[in-house]
Design a protein around this ligand. Structure first.
Ligand code: ATP
Length: 436
């Protein structure tokens, strides 16, 4: 795709998101806050569906993973132990003339400002964690941080969860929650923001089984993105080279998605070794080792981490689903994640059709998120639902009045079938995949 086409597609998706209530700019009436976004009525449904499927895949369909919801603010020593206070930094330089700030690399030779050509200052490290104060007095001892990843909340609760669930290795702890990073160059809509949500699972294993589990989780996580309906050709794995590895990992893969702006990371899968639990044991003075009853051995488990971004996954689903056809724009979202599952219409606003359609709406509502619409021509109503990704529409027409049948239209093929009103629920359940 040419550069112009890329920005064109993103502009169209951003505009659709705003127009149809997927995503709004944060604080828009105050001209917005850079890189912060609010999920509107449809966006929040899509987001909940994605998170719901992840939670189900991790904590319901598997018997070896427990859930957790740790607090965003943690003891400041956590970040000392994790290495974030020292190591979670970007190298920055300021322009002496226009005062703009840029991310630079250690070896970068060109030290002129890309905006005005002015001279850049010496580069210095800038920590990406947001700092704030706890309590009413702003003194050094009260500094705390907004977590830059949810993982640490899991590590510090390792023994709590293991004890109450009486788990033996291998087992995992899953968590979904907000994370904050004072990114220098946020952008590409919700791809890189300063406030975002993560879905992280930390899997505790024996050292000699770590590599095997890393391979197995890499496969399982790829399969999960396929179940979201993302095209296989738009997903790939990238194995980190030695100099790409984060400070805590001995081996890592990224799951990447082909966004309109190129291949980019969706999820990181890391062998974090015994780094985190060893560091927390040292810094807290609490023994976070595990006792294996069979071998009578005590050791610090290794951790395999799967770390995904909710917002990036949502953007991947949207960009992958977006299609322009001759006379319509359609979001080919998988029925499982689509915000609205069924649109219900009377063909015209008379002859008792609205009443029948509303009855069908009432019957479906306990099972699915549905939408009743009687405004404007039925063709326009179909287009409106296509544009927001509604996979099925049920229409009451003059034949309904004769034989109690309605049409069920499929979004992608636009094929319509006729079925009896009392068959609609079962058919929809079958097509959509259960009650979501
Ligand atoms: P990147 O290299 O893109 O900055 P990262 O390697 O720092 O990402 P991780 O620390 O591995 O990312 O975080 C795990 C996941 O959290 C990422 O794969 C991504 O989906 C999500 N994530 C990380 N930073 C952001 C951000 N600033 N905005 C949105 N999502 C993010």
């Amino acid at each position: 795709m040419k550069r112009n086409d890329v920005s064109d597609v993103m502009v169209k998706i951003v505009s659709l998101c705003k127009r149809r209530g997927y995503i709004f700019q944060s604080s828009e009436i105050y001209d917005g806050l850079a890189s912060c976004w609010d999920y509107g009525p449809l966006g929040v449904e899509l987001k909940r569906n994605i998170k719901g499927l992840w939670w189900r895949a991790m904590t319901q369909l598997r018997s070896d993973i427990e859930g957790l919801d740790a607090s965003i603010m943690m003891h400041p020593n956590v970040w000392e132990a994790s290495g974030h206070l020292k190591g979670f930094t970007d190298l920055l330089a300021d322009c002496k003339d226009c005062k703009h700030r840029f991310k630079v690399t250690e070896t970068q030779e060109n030290r002129t400002c890309p905006d005005c050509g002015g001279e850049l200052t010496e580069a210095r490290h800038f920590n990406l964690m947001f700092k704030t104060h706890m309590g009413p007095v702003e003194k050094k001892g009260t500094i705390i941080y907004l977590r830059p990843e949810t993982a640490q909340g899991i590590y510090v609760n390792f023994l709590n969860v293991q004890a109450v669930s009486r788990r033996k290795l291998p087992f995992g702890i899953a968590q979904i929650g907000k994370a904050f990073r004072n990114e220098i160059t946020p952008g590409n809509f919700i791809f890189r923001t300063r406030e975002f949500e993560q879905m992280e699972m930390q899997y505790f294993v024996k050292k000699n089984e770590a590599e095997e589990w890393l391979e197995s989780w890499k496969e399982e996580r790829m399969r999960w993105y396929h179940t979201l309906g993302i095209k296989a050709s738009a997903l790939r794995l990238h194995k980190h080279t030695q100099d790409e590895l984060p400070h805590y990992a001995s081996c890592a893969y990224d799951i990447e998605h082909k966004f309109p702006f190129g291949w980019q990371e969706l999820e990181g899968i890391h062998n974090r070794t015994d780094y985190d639990l060893t560091r927390h044991s040292k810094h807290s003075g609490k023994d976070l080792s595990y006792f294996e009853t069979e071998s009578k051995e005590r050791f610090i488990p290794y951790i395999i981490e799967t770390s995904a971004g909710v917002d990036r996954t949502l953007l991947a689903c949207l960009t992958d689903a977006y299609a322009e056809e001759e006379d319509r724009v359609v979001l080919r979202l998988s029925p499982q994640i689509a915000p609205i599952k069924v649109g219900i219409f009377p063909l015209v606003k008379r002859d008792g059709m609205p009443e029948i359609a509303q009855k069908i709406e009432e019957t479906l509502r306990p099972h699915f998120k549905v939408f009743y619409d009687e405004v404007s021509s039925v063709g326009r109503r179909y287009r409106r639902q296509d544009e927001i990704g509604t996979p099925y529409c049920v229409t009451v027409d003059s034949e309904t009045l004769k034989n109690n049948t309605v049409t069920l239209r499929e979004r992608d093929s636009m094929i319509q079938i006729r079925l009896r009103i009392n068959e609609v629920i079962e058919k929809a359940k079958k097509l959509i995949g259960g009650e979501i």
